[in-house]
Design a protein around this ligand. Structure first.
Ligand SMILES: [Zn+2]
Ligand SMILES: [Zn+2]
Length: 111
């Protein structure tokens, strides 16, 4: 992955969660775009990581998926525009792990 050619390839700042107002630290590996405490995200990407979406709506976690390659993935739905998004769960992060309890309360995978 390059950090110089694409503008937003490696943007990975911490942020304040707009749902629960807690401070979220950046991930050491990968791009966190959801809150580990309440699992809410923000509609900022048109494609994962591009931060190019003008919507900026709050995204509610609605389900999780389990994929052999990617592992645990959360599925979000935007409260503003209804758009869907996915993000890899960070429940194994050393600094601020996603709440596994909350993840398991979401809709279970269908398969
Ligand atoms: Zn939150
Ligand atoms: Zn949206």
């Amino acid at each position: 992955m390059s950090t110089s050619t694409a503008r937003f390839t490696h943007l990975n700042p911490g942020f304040i969660c707009e749902n629960c107002q807690r401070e979220v630290q950046p991930l050491k590996v990968g791009c966190r775009n959801h809150c580990p405490f309440c699992l809410h995200s923000k509609h900022v990407d048109r494609f994962p990581g591009d931060r190019d979406n003008p919507c900026q709506g709050l995204m509610e976690p609605i389900a999780y998926e389990f994929n052999g390659k990617k592992g645990l993935t959360l599925v979000f739905k935007c409260k503003e525009c209804g758009g869907m998004g996915k993000n890899k769960a960070a429940h194994e992060d050393e600094v601020q792990a996603d709440s596994y309890e909350l993840i398991l309360k979401l809709n279970k995978p269908k398969s």
